[in-house]
Design a protein around this ligand. Structure first.
Ligand code: FAD
Length: 478
């Protein structure tokens, strides 16, 4: 068919997966366009996800850290919070990063086509052009543009799950609404005890809200080992009135004096509970069904995922898919890695997704980070492991920081001795887990890690110490 423009590669979606792929494709000398419906690049992660949540969490962590100093004789009065300025800070952070991306796109001569793209054939996407001044808000202009491609990378990401029984009300928000920080409620309910809900809960609680959380599974922060989560729970108990695990939300009613929520299950209170703010963080669904991928012959699952092979190819060989739309874990660093694999294949190299592990981090206080085989997975899959733990109560740096509640755990294959997993709970755990990822990728054993000289005194040293525990050579334990 006819097209307004032709490209070697069209990338559908400008999130971390999409822009990383497009930049890599451009660096290979190919002609590339990104189709994105909103005004900025960066997708969920930069605009309404990873980055704004961390901008707020940083401020919350400093407020909380200062409270710990009271025990050392340094007392602060309660902080005065100008919520408009705090929101402004968060906006500025987003602006810096999305602005940076726009500059990088321009420098690489990547065309940005602002609009909602749908496949109209195996080599064509029709874009309904949009006006957008804010992320997650766009109106179609009525104009259309058809682009032709040799290869396409689908990077359409995911969106919030909407629970059908929840009414529309400004006091009921999703993660985007929570990040807007319009109000600090007295009493807040978090529906869904996963990372996103607990991170936002941390922010609101530090700013003054009392929290309830409801979670269908038998524990918060699913995926992480329970020993790690226990430390987080102990340190965060003060934020919560009620932690309702193995419990479901069954009815939500918006009344003048608050949002009334009815629960069912093990920890359900008999009466409906009243809240000033309800955050729905019950998961995310892939956007695979919204772009007519079927018209290009691309198979989309019932749930909206697009299945790919190790080269990120869909069932249609010249169409790739990456990021949240191809499956769990829905994380930005996974999307970027997959984007690079797809880009290399578009450029005619033979690249495969062969990462051994993908780390997960809850940027709470303390942070919880884990990677690879957890004790839970080992038990479920019958993998024989040995583990070694270094408690931060024996870490000079953690003690000096007044934050020695954490620990570092390494998990080894019992037969080969190679490290296959690890977990850290404690301040800055997320910044440290990368070393364990590298050790796993390199096939290290406890000796490799333990004999690596780590700087003293650091929290990162606890990884070396945990390996020395495994080696039986840890001299620093009391
Ligand atoms: P997305 O970021 O979803 O981007 C897809 C883009 O495609 C969107 O901009 C969308 O507008 C556009 N699009 C979709 N369909 C079309 C179409 N048909 N036409 C045109 N444009 C289209 N991950 C982490 O790793 N670390 C974190 O700390 C973290 N924190 C998070 C906090 C929150 C509150 C949330 C919600 C998520 C968080 N995530 C985090 C997850 C992370 O944001 C996602 O994994 C990541 O953004 C996925 O990238 P992606 O490129 O697959 O898709």
């Amino acid at each position: 068919g006819s097209a307004d423009a032709e490209y070697d590669v069209v990338v559908l979606g400008g999130g971390p997966g999409g822009y990383s792929a497009a930049f890599a494709v451009a660096d290979e000398g190919l002609k590339v366009a990104i189709v994105e419906q909103y005004s900025t690049l960066g997708g969920v992660c930069l605009n309404v996800g990873c980055i704004p949540s961390k901008a707020l969490l940083h401020n919350a962590a400093v407020i909380d850290e200062v409270k710990h100093l009271a025990a050392n004789g340094i007392k602060y009065t309660a902080p005065e919070i100008d919520i408009d300025m705090l929101r402004g800070y968060k906006e500025k952070v987003i602006g810096k990063l999305t602005g940076g991306l726009a500059g990088m796109a321009k420098a690489r001569k990547v065309d940005l086509i602002k609009g909602f793209g749908k496949f109209v054939g195996a080599n064509h996407i029709e874009v309904a052009l949009t006006e957008s001044t804010q992320y997650e808000q766009a109106t179609e202009t009525g104009s259309k543009k058809t682009v032709a491609f040799k290869n396409c990378i689908i990077a359409v990401g995911s969106r919030v799950v909407n629970l059908p029984f929840i009414p529309k009300d400004p006091r009921i928000v999703d993660s985007t609404g929570a990040l807007e920080l319009r109000q600090i409620p007295e009493k807040m309910l978090i529906i869904g005890g996963g990372i996103i809900g607990l991170e936002m809960g941390t922010v609101y609680s530090t700013l003054g809200a009392r929290l309830d959380v409801v979670e269908m599974m038998d524990g918060l922060m699913q995926g992480a080992d329970r020993d790690l989560v226990k430390v987080w729970e102990k340190m965060n108990a003060h934020r919560f009135d009620n932690i309702m695990t193995k419990t479901k939300t069954v009815a939500v009613e918006a009344k003048e004096d608050g949002i009334y929520v009815t629960f069912e299950g093990e920890k359900a209170p008999a009466e409906p509970q009243r809240y000033d703010l309800v955050l729905v963080a019950a998961g995310r669904v892939p956007n695979g069904k919204l772009c007519d991928a079927e018209k290009a012959g691309v198979a989309v699952t019932e749930l909206g995922f697009i299945e790919v092979d190790k080269q990120q190819r869909t069932n249609v060989p010249h169409i790739y898919a990456i990021g949240d739309v191809v499956g769990q874990p829905m994380l930005a660093h996974k999307a970027v890695h997959e984007g690079h694999v797809a880009a290399e294949n578009c450029a005619g190299h033979k690249a495969f997704f062969d990462a051994r592990v993908i780390p997960g981090v809850a940027y709470t206080d303390p942070e919880v980070a884990w990677v690879g085989v957890t004790e839970e997975i080992a038990k479920r899959d019958g993998i024989k492991i040995t583990k070694s733990v270094f408690p931060w109560a024996a870490s000079g740096r953690a003690i000096a920081n007044g934050r020695d509640e954490g620990f570092t755990k390494l998990i080894f294959d019992a037969e080969t001795g190679h490290i296959i997993g690890g977990g850290i709970v404690g301040t800055h755990a997320g910044d440290m887990i990368g070393e364990i990822c590298l050790a796993i990728e390199m096939g290290c054993d406890a000796e490799d890690i333990g004999k690596t000289i780590h700087p003293h005194p650091t929290l990162g040293e606890s990884i070396g110490m945990a390996a020395e525990v495994a080696n039986g050579t840890c001299t620093d334990l009391p």
